[in-house]
Design a protein around this ligand. Structure first.
Ligand code: CAO
Length: 543
């Protein structure tokens, strides 16, 4: 048995680095290459692997300490005699590998001309073996500045980003995500604009900034337009905070398919440590094992078993459209998050229908088609103004409710690609003809998939009209973070007692789903009574 002192290896240029994670404790048995510490400089984080197998006898540093090359960090007792003389034979510091400050190669062909030239940018010396390209940060046509991240590489010990050695326009991306790269691997072709290459320094090595932690390099990719489409559902609510974790933790998360954004970090500056990942997985598994949620109040949802339907007959399988997937996710989120209640009513719109018929010619002259929808919008706007609780959203802080002073109503539109919800702004300030024109225009745009993201944002209430299709009632799903949605079913002529006899009246079934966290049954009831009265006698809209 010998006791070896383990020292901080060559830090590749960094003078002093912080110990941000101690991965072992005294008494632990470690294998060669097991992580002992995670160190962090202002340019990189690096793990110090154990140079040998053995038992940790003492840990001589704490999280938050600053260490330099050669600092003794712990003592390991190894089996068998040391091949080196005792104390002096402290094992050579573990191979620094990627801990070495990587340096960027000079571009392959530095132009001396002031005009633009296309240069190939290669992976610089990354101080060790090849690493995996885990992210390509630029695309063809991008205009980049010197220092902008081109790619992120990750080995099992560190992640690092390779910055652009100069500004220019990306002409061709050569490197491919998921492949291995090392010194000299071509990354891209860069069109360098005039003057830059004349500087003599370009032929010298330029520093690269290794990953300043994935906090910076792993931000979510920009959302594509479709992700902004607030199809029955709120805008994306996934945690947007940056993930702060070391390479080993990231690797572990990738291997098990875990989204680190969901894991609370308990390390310094909320850094996610291996222990956090383990604790998170344990808690998730415990949740899954818990008994029926109805009995416990938990949220574990039993999975729907996968079934091979072809065993029962012929099937065809088609991919879901992106819009369908987004809608499904939003519906699921709303359904799971919102305690829904739906109130039903029948509105006598005989007079409204008569008035609508009278308006038809005038509307035609104005170039619009009048359906019941503009009246519904107008009546909802008036009722929402009187009942602001239904024109509100619960604040994400769980403490406040946000009352909206505007009345922007979303309108569910059935399109060949799926459900879309364009928003009509300031409904309370628009005339019936204006609303008729705008709803027709937005519905058309939705069907042609020409809606801009802005035209689907900012709704404070939604109407889903299935009237033309039929049905006597349905329970629409609240379009969170809105708190209420009106469903409209098919108008039907029904007998109605007028005090002395039954008379045929045009009855419109409506259903109001609301978020019971924000709206009480009585609030909804009062809203429905007023909405009903407004639709039954549209003269009230003028009051
Ligand atoms: N009962 C009976 N008839 C109705 C009605 C109702 N509640 N609402 C509308 N109609 C009539 C209209 O008056 C029109 O008849 P005419 O041509 O004779 O005047 C006809 O039905 C067709 O109307 P429309 O659909 O062209 O226009 P609209 O203004 O009523 O609705 C829109 C526009 C975009 C809301 C509708 O086309 C649509 O896409 N609805 C589907 C919404 C949906 O999918 N909701 C479910 C979301 S959750 O899955």
């Amino acid at each position: 048995m010998t006791t070896e002192k383990i020292k901080v290896p060559d830090l590749g240029g960094a003078d002093e680095v912080e110990v941000i994670e101690v991965c072992v404790s005294a008494g632990d048995t470690v294998a060669e290459e097991d992580s002992l510490l995670v160190l962090e400089s202002d340019k990189a984080s690096m793990e110090i692997p154990s140079p040998m197998a053995g038992r940790v006898m003492a840990v001589l540093v704490n999280e938050g300490d600053n260490v330099t090359e050669g600092s003794v960090i712990l003592e390991i007792e190894t089996e068998g005699a040391s091949s080196e003389p005792a104390e002096a034979a402290a094992p050579a510091a573990p191979e620094p590998e990627v801990a070495k400050a990587p340096v960027a190669e000079a571009p392959a062909a530095a132009s001396s001309a002031a005009e633009s030239s296309v240069e190939q940018i290669d992976v610089p010396d990354i101080g060790g073996d090849n690493a995996e390209v885990i992210e390509v940060c630029v695309a063809e046509g991008d205009s980049i500045d010197e220092g902008d991240s081109l790619i992120v590489l990750e080995s099992d010990k560190a992640s690092m980003e390779v910055p652009a050695p100069k500004a220019g326009i990306v002409r061709k991306v050569i490197i491919v995500e998921g492949t291995e790269a090392g010194k000299g691997t071509p990354i891209l072709e860069l069109e360098v604009t005039g003057g830059v290459a004349a500087a003599p320094v370009v032929s010298a090595s330029a520093p690269i900034s290794p990953a300043q932690e994935a906090r910076q390099v792993r931000s979510e990719p920009p959302q594509v337009a479709e992700q902004h489409q607030p199809v029955i559902g709120m805008s994306e609510s996934r945690p947007t905070g940056d993930v702060y974790a070391g390479p080993a933790v990231r690797k572990m998360a990738r291997e098990i398919g875990l989204d680190l954004a969901l894991v609370p970090g308990t390390g310094p500056r909320s850094r996610i440590q291996k222990s956090d990942v383990k604790a998170f997985i344990k808690s998730q598994l415990a949740g899954k094992r818990s008994p029926a949620p109805a009995a416990t109040g938990g949220s574990g949802i039993p999975a729907v078993p996968e079934i091979d339907f072809s065993q029962f007959g012929e099937v065809s399988v088609e991919p879901l459209t992106k819009l369908h997937k987004i809608t499904a996710a939003n519906m699921h989120r709303s359904w799971l998050n919102v305690p829904h209640v739906t109130a039903f009513d029948d509105v006598d719109i005989t007079d409204l229908e008569e008035f609508r018929q009278q308006l038809k010619k005038e509307a035609e002259k104005a170039g619009v088609k009048i359906t019941p929808l503009p009246f519904l919008l107008k009546a909802c706007a008036a009722a929402l103004k009187k009942h602001p609780k239904l024109n509100a959203s619960l604040h994400a802080n769980g403490e406040d409710i946000v009352y909206k002073q505007y009345v922007n109503i979303g309108m569910a539109v059935d399109t060949p690609a799926g459900l879309m919800v364009p928003v009509i702004r300031d409904v309370d300030k628009k005339s019936i003809f204006e609303l008729a024109a705008e709803t027709a225009e937005l519905a058309q745009k939705a069907k042609e998939r020409k809606l801009k993201p802005a035209e689907m944002q900012g709704g404070s209430f939604t109407i889903s009209s299935l009237g033309p299709m039929g049905g006597t009632g349905f329970t629409p799903i609240v379009n969170t973070p809105e708190v209420a949605i009106l469903g409209v079913s098919k108008l039907d002529i029904k007998p109605r007692w007028n005090g002395s006899e039954f008379e045929p009246r045009k009855m419109l079934p409506i259903s109001l789903s609301y978020d019971h966290r924000a709206v009480n049954g009585a609030d909804a009831g009062r809203f429905m009574v007023d909405l009903n009265a407004l639709l039954a006698d549209v003269r009230r809209l003028a009051l």
